[in-house]
Ligand binder design. Structure first.
Ligand SMILES: Nc1nc2c(ncn2[C@@H]2O[C@H](COP(=O)(O)OP(=O)(O)OP(=O)(O)O)[C@@H](O)[C@H]2O)c(=O)[nH]1
Length: 599
């Protein structure tokens, strides 16, 4: 296929600005799917995404478009996620593209991920084309938003296409703009093969599926291939494209984006970012690949039934292939037994992994409270990374504890600026910058990350009636006055409930936490004491009174089905409990800290 007729592009946007709707429209108008197949939103294919309405895995569609110049073009659309947790996937998708449509909601304007994603694209040398979406809305103000784009992002938006992905206005124009403004790929078809793995996942029928961008050379079925980083060798079985249905092709050549299936069973050998080359005519140098993503948030995942440990390991291994950002390592908790310490990009990522384990792999899990990674300088000069509060060494041996600080960029309409500043101050934030851009205000704060992972995003949304948007990046480790808060249940420390908190809020949080736990732990056959402690000091104590009545007593003499139902309900409830010592603790109690509000 002639490269002059290929256009590889992504759509980038702030969450909810209409990226998926636009992608569907483009696919539909290029005839990729019949109306019946369109479904609600085709690119967000995972069930979970449908429910949450966010795009998680980048996917792609190869489209055929007859342009006004009479030529037929091959457009490869690569979908990208829009949430702050998944920004690394945006850069992955973008490295397979020459152009990107920057979709901005004309009723909302520029927001945090608009800016972050746009800069990522510019850094990667991708041509960015602004599109003003949702112009059908009465509140749309495309002129103002075009100015905002110029003012904040520095991109000329005066000629930006004004579109509505919902009604279809501007879709034809967008396709023309893609053909005219996105540069065609410039690979060398006769050079040795270089194909970048931009995504890979495990399919139960065919094994590992890799999404690749071919930069040089040609890849065909029956080719012997080699992965340049891992060294693994395989025989190509199928190559093809997603339309978005998978369709086999005789070859994939320089400039094209498509899938490769090579009968790969072992999950590790098809790493995202690796370069595929041919065994008998290898490329001299691999493509640059991707920066390794660092997990920012850690939590323990424990099977409720201890014999599910191996099944959980298996499920995590499979998920990891699909999700390079997920990390895990076995760990043992006195309270919870054998489980895994898992690293995530953020809270949303953690939620999604947990839900996928439960739904797709039928795991019943207990999750501990999320924590960030602390750096601990010991008195003997050594430096430790602590990603599990219960592993914090004895205070007497510690010189200082350093916590991760992030730089957060927040966009918010003027009327909510005061609320947002108050929130940032509550979270120990330091203002770095504040700028007015029309109605939008950009606030830049340095904030301790542990304050942000807990509930900052939800608070930010509620304090701004949903209008504020956030993007953040890691800045540095900084010494902080931090202490370990332990929870004791019937005088026994429950390691899985330990937390690292700032000294100033430790007493308050300890009390709140103990009182939340009292509400959450069901009454048992005996009294249960819940205590919060810092070192040897007990700072709070709550009592859970023993249960007196039999639950069944109430429906004695009543009909049997009701009794059965009650027992069923109890049984179902039990599945989410973990026996710690002689006390049954429900899942919610392990996450109670997320519900402790600020003073
Ligand atoms: N009125 C109007 N609504 C639109 C338009 N485009 C998208 N929407 C709606 O805006 C909401 C968000 O659209 P999505 O396409 O899911 O947004 P997205 O950017 O893909 O969001 P994520 O996948 O979550 O990142 C949906 O309810 C769409 O129906 C438009 O042009 N006009």
């Amino acid at each position: 296929m002639s490269q002059s007729l290929i256009r590889n592009f992504s759509i980038i946007a702030h969450i909810d600005h209409g990226k998926s709707t636009l992608a569907d429209r483009l696919i539909q108008s290029c005839g990729g799917l019949s109306d019946r197949e369109m479904g609600a939103q085709v690119l967000d294919s995972m069930d979970l995404e449908k429910e949450r309405g966010i795009t998680i895995k980048a996917q792609t569609a190869a489209l055929t478009y007859k342009a006004q110049d009479g030529k037929t073009y091959h457009l490869n659309l690569i979908d990208t996620p829009g949430h702050v947790d998944f920004s690394y996937e945006v850069s992955r998708s973008l490295s397979a593209c020459e152009g990107a449509l920057l979709v901005v909601d004309a009723s909302q304007g520029v927001e945090a991920q608009t800016v972050a994603n746009c800069y990522t694209a510019i850094d990667l040398g991708v041509e960015v084309i602004p599109v003003l979406n949702k112009i059908d809305l009465p509140a749309a103000d495309p002129d103002r938003v075009a100015e905002e784009i110029e003012d904040i992002v520095g991109l000329d938006a005066s000629d930006a296409v004004r579109a509505s992905a919902k009604t279809g206005i501007g879709i034809a124009e967008i396709l023309e703009v893609v053909v005219k403004q996105v540069p065609p790929p410039r690979g060398d078809e006769s050079a040795p093969l270089k194909a970048l793995i931009i995504d890979s996942w495990f399919d139960n029928y065919v094994g590992v599926v890799m999404l690749v961008r071919v930069f040089d050379g040609v890849l065909k079925p029956k080719d012997k291939i080699r992965f340049m980083a891992s060294g693994a060798q395989h025989l190509t079985e199928h190559v093809g494209v997603f339309t978005p249905k998978a369709v086999d092709r005789p070859s994939l050549s320089a400039g094209e984006v498509g899938f490769v299936i090579a009968g790969i069973k072992e999950l590790k050998s098809a790493q995202v970012g690796d370069t595929i080359t041919l065994l008998d005519r290898p490329a001299a140098k691999a493509l640059p690949g991707f920066k390794k993503v660092q997990s920012q948030v850690f939590a323990g995942l424990y099977p409720i039934e201890s014999h599910d440990f191996e099944a959980l390991r298996d499920a995590l291994t499979k998920l990891q292939l699909n999700d390079a950002a997920l990390q895990f390592e076995p760990e043992v908790s006195q309270a919870l037994g054998f489980g895994f310490r898992c690293g995530f990009l953020g809270l949303l990522h953690m939620d999604i992994v947990q839900e996928r384990l439960e739904r797709e792999y039928n795991m019943d899990l207990i999750t501990t409270a999320p924590t960030v990674v602390y750096e601990v300088l010991m008195k003997d000069g050594s430096l430790l990374k602590v990603e599990n509060p219960s592993k914090l060494p004895e205070l007497s041996k510690i010189e200082e504890i350093r916590e991760p600080i992030i730089t957060a960029t927040i966009f918010v309409p003027e009327e909510f600026v005061g609320n947002v500043i108050t929130l940032c101050n509550q979270k120990r934030g330091m203002q770095v910058n504040m700028q007015y851009h029309g109605r939008q205000v950009m606030l830049v704060y340095n904030l301790p990350m542990n304050e942000v992972v807990m509930d900052f995003f939800d608070k930010l949304k509620s304090t701004s009636r949903g209008y504020a948007s956030l993007d953040y990046e890691f800045k540095e480790y900084r010494p902080g006055d931090l202490v370990k808060l332990d929870i004791l249940v019937n005088n026994e420390k429950v390691d899985a409930l330990s937390l690292i908190v700032h000294r100033a809020t430790s007493v308050y949080r300890g009390r709140e936490l103990a009182s939340k736990m009292r509400e959450m732990i069901p009454r048992q056959m005996f009294d249960v004491a819940v205590q919060a402690a810092i070192g040897a000091n007990i700072i709070a104590r709550e009592n859970i009174k023993a249960l007196r009545k039999n639950v069944l007593a109430k429906c004695y003499g009543g009909d049997i089905s009701r009794k059965k139902k009650l027992l069923e309900k109890q049984k179902a409830g039990k599945r989410r409990m973990k026996q710690v010592g002689n006390v049954e603790i429900p899942q919610e109690a392990f996450l109670a800290i997320l519900q402790v509000s600020d003073k």
